[in-house]
Design a protein around this ligand. Sequence first.
Ligand code: DGI
Ligand code: FE
Ligand code: FE
Length: 197
Amino acid sequence: MSIDCINREPLDEFIKNNLKESRYIHSLGVEEMAVRLAEMHGADTDKAAFAGRYHDLAKNFDNETMDAYIRKYDLPEYLLGNNALAHSKVAAAILENEFGVDDEDVLNAVRYHTTARKDMSILEETIFVADVVEDNRTYSDLDYYQQLAYRDLDQACLEILEYTIRSLTTKGKEIDKDTLEARDWVLNKIKETENGK
Ligand code: DGI
Ligand code: FE
Ligand code: FE
């Protein structure tokens, strides 16, 4: 079933009821940026809008609720108690099982929006980057990352991944295998594109 056929009303209710105000505004910002990037880089704009709006629908769950969903949908144990990594996997499971989304590309864009992964589709890269560069973000280099994202989606992915890896390393946090594989993959993709020029 195409995402055009999904009834968006209960989904919009869901995010209004489950997200803090600022997170709700962020979600609409990611939707807008995802459409902009999709137009520039050739992803499906309807899928980008959909994945952008709902990517963080599980972000504000308390630990108990998140863990219950992880168990309900048989997601891996390492996600228990780890909101940062769990919210994207749980959001994809909820979209699939409770709202009838069966578009694998949309589901993967939501599922991997935090860590990224190797072999990402253009839609997955679009959502991964839009999440970081949407207009409501407030960090000082926002303008640099937005211009980079408009110009070169792969390079934006690479620089965001390198920043994430550096920042998690500084904080002594474990880096997800998908994040490291995504960095190696996109670096290699950029090199191959350059060699092909
Ligand atoms: O949900 P958002 O705040 O919009 O953004 P996000 O889904 O990218 O989540 C960002 C958080 O995820 C941030 O606290 C860093 C964390 N994160 C990203 N990659 C990894 C990670 N945490 C761990 N432990 N390992 C990762 O590879
Ligand atoms: Fe997120
Ligand atoms: Fe987000």
